[in-house]
Design a protein around this ligand. Structure first.
Ligand SMILES: [Zn+2]
Ligand SMILES: [Zn+2]
Length: 361
């Protein structure tokens, strides 16, 4: 085994644990830490400094998705930290001890199956999901995988990088598959939220014109400051479909990126999209889409699911952030605040993102 020089791995740590499905979150002060000698080949131990909190963590805790999560579970899949140990006999590790790396939703995949070979690593039958099927980043030390941790660019702060690893890469990838080109219009329902406010910036960085849809003065101010071309408040709009189409040459946007976990966002998009447009599905309600078949066919609409991103997508999305084109708007708290953050997330009260400082580094 190899451990970072001068670093002592403690036996216990603070971790936010959900013992069983639907159980309350417990902050455990003496949760065991996997020691360097116990790491398998390909595994690494990451000392976490910051982690983002994502809506998916709520699904993992409640178990309300059709894919089961494991329990007891440590959630979290937007973590940044330092590699302090690498398992013995790890072949060709692309990262080394002391590297600052990110842990994303896709913790590991086999790299050899058809899906991995074709760039659908997230669909690998052997995939491991951080904070869902393996322990995630709401703890001081996380076991992750050398092939899949993401190197963090030197000029990007850890707190700022954390949410790029899920919200950022997810929205960036969704825009990549949106079939748009420079100058096209994209509609972003939920533009003021955790994913939405990053989608606005990636869309602008990619040369798109943005229709930001959300509600309230705070979110309006936020998305406008991030470069949104048009703001539509869904609560005050009398006819949202007409307003969106009017804002985009009267024809509707070329793509819609639906990040909200509700059916309405999907059904509306079929109505307002431009003929030949693309509906990119990102938000995941466990529900039927309700897309009208007649209009989907008649308007030549393309419906495209987009699920997180690959190792390469993660690197690209971080590079764009490191170039100063995308900034995560966040509020920083401690790991102890996780419970109240969940409550605020459920109530839809969070503009931007919450980052937890797990340890000082
Ligand atoms: Zn997430
Ligand atoms: Zn695979």
């Amino acid at each position: 085994m190899s451990t970072l020089e001068g670093f002592t791995i403690p036996k216990t740590q603070t971790a936010a644990v959900v013992k069983e499905l639907g159980a309350p979150l417990e902050i455990e002060k003496s949760h065991p830490v996997k020691q360097a000698a116990d790491l398998k080949p390909g595994e690494c131990l990451v000392h976490i400094s910051h982690t983002g909190v994502c809506h998916t963590d709520l699904h993992a805790k409640e178990g309300d998705w059709p894919v089961p999560s494991v329990h007891p579970l440590i959630g979290g899949h937007e973590g940044v930290g330092t590699i302090v140990a690498i398992g013995e006999n790890t072949p060709n590790s692309p990262v080394k001890l002391g590297d600052r790396v990110g842990i994303k939703w896709m913790a590991d995949s086999c790299l050899n199956c058809e899906f991995c070979r074709r760039g659908f690593e997230m669909n690998c039958p052997e995939v491991k999901l951080s904070g869902y099927t393996v322990d995630g980043t709401f703890s001081e030390y996380v076991v992750s995988y050398t092939n899949h941790v993401t190197p963090i660019p030197a000029n990007l702060e850890s707190a700022a990088a954390a949410s790029i690893l899920c919200a950022g890469v997810t929205t960036y990838k969704a825009l990549k598959v949106s079939n748009t080109k420079v100058g096209d219009w994209v509609a972003l329902p939920g533009a003021g939220g955790g994913l939405g406010h990053l989608a606005v910036q990636y869309a602008k960085a990619m040369g798109l014109k943005v229709i930001a849809i959300d509600t309230g003065a705070a979110k309006e101010k936020l998305v406008k400051s991030l470069g949104a071309d048009v703001w539509i408040d869904f609560k005050t709009s009398k006819d949202i479909v007409a307003d969106i189409q009017a804002a985009s040459d009267g024809l509707g946007p070329h793509a819609a990126l639906v990040t909200a976990a509700s059916q309405t966002g999907y059904t509306q998009a079929i109505s307002y999209l431009r003929k030949g447009g693309t509906l990119v599905c990102v938000g995941m309600p466990d529900a039927e889409m309700g897309a009208n078949v007649f209009w989907t066919v008649f308007k030549s609409i393309r419906i495209q699911g987009s699920y997180v991103g690959t190792r390469q997508d993660a690197i690209e999305s971080l590079d764009i952030a490191a170039a100063g084109k995308v900034k995560v708007i966040y509020e920083q708290k401690g790991l102890d605040a996780l419970k109240s953050v969940y409550e605020d997330l459920e109530a839809g009260k969070i503009a931007g993102r919450v980052i937890l400082e797990v340890s000082k580094q």
